[in-house]
Design a protein around this ligand. Structure first.
Ligand code: HEM
Length: 413
């Protein structure tokens, strides 16, 4: 392929009412500056702080799941969604949403409904005629929901600003400005980072900051939720693979794996779990498609692609191509052994996209996915659901189960 730069397509415009020109949507110089200032959020030191949140919220999840031990099929997707929302809201904004205890808050409901409206617009027949949407009921509903999420983010930003200001006035050192909290450790959030950066000598405006906080709330929970829930589903149906992961957890994390706080270095050592996650993101990629617009004339495999042409990159189709992955519907982590990977062409696996616009949150995502899977598997054995509850998938903004990702659980100990 002979490529020039590529840009994002019209479908991203539909995210603008909610996300403004946050990182997922923005292009050009704005994107370059934002990506530069946000990248440090994923520095390994800050990720370690996020891991504390992940451990704590996953312990809440484990507690919530006890209600299903020995019981009939249940939808694990719903539980994981609430856990992931609690994790991202605390890492991005420093706010404890407590969705796992109280799932039906106005903010959480608004986030869910907004994703739904945006998705329906992207794939509607009248997509190109944006003005038509203004006359539809969904447009008024979208305005109401956007107001709920924006007001929430603005409130959080101004409270945090005031808190930092008060502390500065009390002449605390920079280090003391970082919060002591229930986990007994200081933590940095995306919001703190954004409140402290400058671009061309100027701080970001509240709107700039809100756009990025909203972007992380949007990109940072459904994606990981779908991977974690689908992994649980596949493991429940493949007992030998599940057993192998369990044995690895016992060996690397130790016999207290069900209770102890997981560290970054332990999680990095779980090599077989890595293969399981890779295979889950192959068979059910959380982001099944993304769009691009060609920014210059180019040729792909001998086919001329003129400037301005819009196209979709079908991750789902690529990952389920039988020529690259024989029997693509079979769940087989060994497809990601070093030898098997080396035998495939370089871009045959792109769950986090590739190039400059790849997923900025992928290391964060892997930590969260591993934390939840290790704790779930160390505490419970997953059993397959009944046939009538077998997984059916649909695509929304992310890949989702139609009715749920059903499993049964029994205690390990
Ligand atoms: C399994 C989990 C995840 C998968 C599979 C995934 C996948 C992707 C993909 C395919 C893209 C490119 C989308 C496009 O160009 O339209 C992307 C972009 C992005 N992701 Fe993720 N993502 C995951 C988790 C996360 C998390 C946890 C965060 C935040 C904490 C995040 C934040 C972002 C952002 C901000 C972008 C836009 C980056 C840019 O354009 O510079 N993602 N992700």
């Amino acid at each position: 392929m002979q490529a020039k730069t590529i840009e994002k397509t019209i479908i991203y415009d539909f995210m603008m009412p909610w996300l403004g020109s946050g990182l997922v949507v923005s292009t050009g110089a704005k994107w370059t500056q934002r990506r530069k200032v946000i990248t440090p959020t994923f520095h390994f030191k800050i990720l370690e702080d996020f891991l504390i949140i992940m451990n704590h919220q996953t312990d809440v999840l484990i507690e919530k799941l006890t209600a299903h031990v020995g019981g009939p099929d249940f939808d694990i997707y719903e539980h994981v969604t609430y856990c992931a929302l609690d994790i991202i809201s605390e890492s991005a904004m420093g706010v404890k949403l407590n969705t796992q205890h109280n799932p039906h808050t106005e903010y959480v409901e608004a986030v869910k409904e907004l994703s739904d409206i945006m998705f329906k617009r992207m794939f509607s027949l009248g997509r190109e005629y944006k003005w038509v949407f203004r006359f539809q009921k969904a447009s008024r509903r979208q305005d109401e929901l956007v107001k709920v999420v924006h007001d929430f983010a603005h409130r959080v930003i101004s409270e945090r600003k005031k808190q930092l200001q008060d502390e500065r006035e009390r002449q605390l050192t920079d280090q003391k400005l970082e919060e002591m909290d229930v986990y007994g450790k200081r933590r940095m959030t995306l919001l703190d980072l954004l409140l402290n950066v400058t671009i061309d000598g100027k701080p970001l405006s509240d709107t700039d900051i809100r756009e990025e906080v909203d972007t992380f709330m949007f990109a940072g929970h459904d994606t990981t939720t779908s991977c974690i829930s689908f992994a649980c589903y596949h493991l429940s149906r493949n007992p030998a693979i599940q057993q192998k992961v369990y044995e690895e957890i016992q060996e690397i994390v130790g016999p207290d794996a069900a209770r102890i706080e997981l560290t970054n270095s332990t999680l990095q050592d779980l090599r077989y779990l890595d293969l399981v996650i890779k295979e889950t993101l192959r068979i059910n990629p959380s982001v099944p498609i993304f769009g691009r617009r060609s920014a210059g004339d180019m040729t792909i495999d001998g086919v001329p692609v003129p400037k301005g042409m819009e196209f979709g990159v079908l991750i789902y189709a690529l990952h389920n191509d039988p020529e690259l992955y024989p029997e693509p519907e079979r769940f087989d982590p060994e497809r990601f052994s070093e030898e098997a990977q080396a035998a495939r062409p370089p871009y045959s696996y792109i769950p986090f996209s590739v190039g400059a616009r790849n997923c900025i949150g992928q290391r964060y995502a892997m930590l969260e996915i591993k934390t939840m899977l290790v704790k779930v598997l160390a505490n419970y054995r997953l059993l397959p659901c009944e046939d009538q509850n077998r997984l059916l998938i649909k695509t929304d903004m992310t890949l989702k189960p139609v009715n749920g990702a059903f499993v049964k659980i029994v205690n390990r100990h």
